[in-house]
Ligand binder design. Sequence first.
Ligand code: SF4
Ligand code: MG
Length: 336
Amino acid sequence: TNPLLEVSDLHISFQVDGGEVQAVRGVTFALHKGEMLAVVGESGSGKSVTALSLMRLIPDPPGRIKQGKIMFDGKDLTKLSEREMFQIRGSKIAMIFQDPMTSLNPTMTVGRQIIEGIRWHQQTGVTEAKEKAVEMLKLVGIPNPEKRLTQYPHEFSGGMRQRVMIAMALACNPQVLIADEPTTALDVTIQAQILELMKKLQRETDTAIILITHDLGVVAETADRVAVMYGGRLVETGGVEEIFADARHPYTWGLLDSMPRLDLPRDRHLEPIPGSPPDLFSPPAGCPFADRCPHAMNICHEEMPPVTQITSTHQVFCWLEDPAAPSVERKKRIIG
Ligand code: SF4
Ligand code: MG
């Protein structure tokens, strides 16, 4: 089946004093109907910028989509006028952010915000929109929805506010929901509940979800597929089992090693990857991870690694997968 959304060779830059920050450098991926794709990477990897570009929310200037296509519904979103984009944003592709307080209006009741949101995108009367709002709050597990609609955002807890955001985003039945670090500000228990809710909604509504996160831990239980980003590039993509059981990229290994583990003593578990991400003001010619990679070879500093197709669903961009790479590097990893 055709993908719902297809991003190819996307490049996004920001003009800054004295030059250009190349935030996204040639990203290609597809999103299928009803699936949950997790985009994982540390801050500055380009994951949020990629997500914003799908909504055409990159502030221009200073940002600009320099190259590439974003195909959705037979249209290239990078080519649409602001007016055409207006028909898509919020109604066909919706987005939620880390902190719902920045997206909710503190001076308006939650009900009025949801109802206005619905009527903004759909031709419905107030009564009908209100019924829909009640239905949406029920769907996201907010008890007592009629009463809750009359309350203001500050009367909701952090987790409940995020549920409200999800309800608002899903009220127009979008085909794609983008969630940028939706649980990062919440405590662990609430975080798990919100992820579970998103998973449930994905199944029930058939909405495709792009979950942006820096935390590989939230991915295991939630995502169908994973795309790992580093230095403005994708470094590995695969099914969730492929990433957890058969990761091939040293950066993905680093992320997996730094995940909290129950089978190790407390003082042994977190091993963050030493070093810092590349300077995207003058990005390296070779592998973006070369300066931090314990397996880096000469070629890694000189040439961008090509893509290797491990399976039909698993791709990696690393010279270690090149047939000419010293096999010792690969064995080292397997033996551990
Ligand atoms: Fe490490 Fe080289 Fe692979 Fe980059 S291409 S991740 S530097 S081994
Ligand atoms: Mg971000």
